[in-house]
Design a protein around this ligand. Structure first.
Ligand code: NDP
Length: 257
C-alpha cells in the first residue's frame, strides 16, 4: 500500500451537506473518521443540525456557507475549510438543483442555475482543492451525477445535460490524477427520497415510484454508503467509475414534467 498517511483521517468537504444526500454523506464520512466541512448555501439551521449530530457521536465537523454557483465562492470555501479543519483531501460535489420542465416551457434562467450550481460549482470546488491533494499525493473526488445524466428523462433536458457533464468531468479528471494517488468517480443516484425528489405533486411521485424496478425510492443513506466507500483508502483502484445507485433502475419512464 503506497497510500499517503493523510488517508487515515482526511478532511472532507461535502457541498450541499445541509440536507438530503449531502447530509447523509457528511454524517457517514464523519463516522469513518473524516473531519467534515458541511457546506450550505441557504439552510444554516439544517447545516448546524448535521454538525450537531456529527459532534454528538464524537466526530469533528463545521458548517461553512458558500453558494458554489458564484464565481470565487469555491476558492473562499476551500480556504476557509483549510483554516478551520486543515487542507481538504476529500471532495464530495453534491450540491445540486433540479428544475424540471419540458424544454418548450423552460426558462433560460433555470438552465443557467442548474449549470452554474451543478457543473461550474463542482468544477470550481474540485479545482480549488486539487493543489492540496497533489501536495499530499492522495485525494478523493466524488461527483454526484444522476441516472438522468446517462439516460436523459422527460422534463429534464437542462438537468440531464448538467449531470452528463459531470460524467465527462469525472472521467477526464481521473485520467489526469490517477498516478498521483487521487481518484475521481461519479455516483448516479436514481429516485432518492429527499426534498429534491419529493417536492412534486404526490401523484407525480407515485407514478415515478411505480415506474421503478424496486417499487420504492432510495434512502439518502443508501447513496452515502457508496460515497463513503469511494472516499475510503480501500477504494484506491476505483477511478473514473460510474456507480449507479438506483435499486435496479426504471422499468418504464415517468410522465413528462
Ligand atoms: P436536496 O434538495 O435535498 O439538497 C440539496 C442540497 O444542495 C442542499 O444541502 C442545498 O443547500 C445544496 N445546494 C443547492 N444549491 C447550492 C449552492 N448554490 N451552493 C451550495 N449548496 C447548494 O437534494 P438531494 O439531496 O436530493 O440531492 C443532492 C444531489 O444529488 C444533487 O446534486 C442532486 O442533483 C443529486 N441527485 C438527487 C437525486 C434524488 O432523487 N434526490 C437523484 C439523482 C441525483 P441549501 O439548502 O443550504 O441551499
Amino acid at each position: 500500500m503506497t497510500e499517503h498517511s493523510a488517508a487515515q483521517r482526511p478532511v472532507a468537504i461535502v457541498t450541499g451537506g445541509s440536507r438530503g444526500i449531502g447530509a447523509a454523506c457528511a454524517i457517514r464520512l464523519a463516522a469513518q473518521g473524516c473531519p467534515v466541512a458541511v457546506n450550505y448555501a441557504r439552510s444554516r439551521p439544517a447545516a448546524d443540525e448535521v454538525v450537531r449530530r456529527i459532534r454528538g457521536k464524537g466526530g469533528e465537523a463545521v458548517a461553512v456557507r458558500a453558494d458554489v454557483s458564484r464565481l470565487g465562492a469555491a476558492t473562499a470555501l476551500v480556504d476557509e475549510v483549510t483554516e478551520l479543519l486543515g487542507p481538504p483531501l476529500v471532495v464530495v460535489n453534491n450540491a445540486g438543483v433540479q428544475r424540471s420542465r419540458a424544454m418548450i416551457r423552460q426558462e433560460p434562467e433555470a438552465l443557467e442555475e442548474m449549470l452554474t450550481t451543478n457543473v461550474h460549482g463542482s468544477w470550481a470546488v474540485t479545482r480549488a482543492a486539487l493543489p492540496h491533494m497533489y501536495e499530499a499525493g492522495w485525494g478523493r473526488v466524488v461527483f454526484m451525477s444522476s441516472v438522468l445524466g446517462a439516460t436523459g428523462g422527460p422534463g429534464d433536458t437542462g438537468y440531464s445535460a448538467s449531470k452528463a457533464a459531470l460524467l465527462g468531468m469525472s472521467k477526464s479528471l481521473a485520467f489526469e490524477v490517477a498516478r498521483r494517488g487521487i481518484t475521481s468517480n461519479a455516483v448516479l443516484p436514481g429516485t432518492i427520497l429527499t426534498d429534491l425528489a419529493t417536492e412534486v405533486e404526490p401523484a407525480v411521485l407515485d407514478a415515478n415510484i411505480a415506474s421503478l424496478a424496486a417499487r420504492r425510492g432510495g434512502e439518502p443513506e443508501e447513496v452515502a454508503a457508496v460515497v463513503a466507500f469511494l472516499c475510503s483508502a480501500e477504494a484506491s483502484y476505483v477511478n473514473g467509475a460510474e456507480v449507479a445507485v438506483h435499486g435496479g433502475g426504471w422499468v418504464s419512464l415517468p410522465p413528462t414534467a
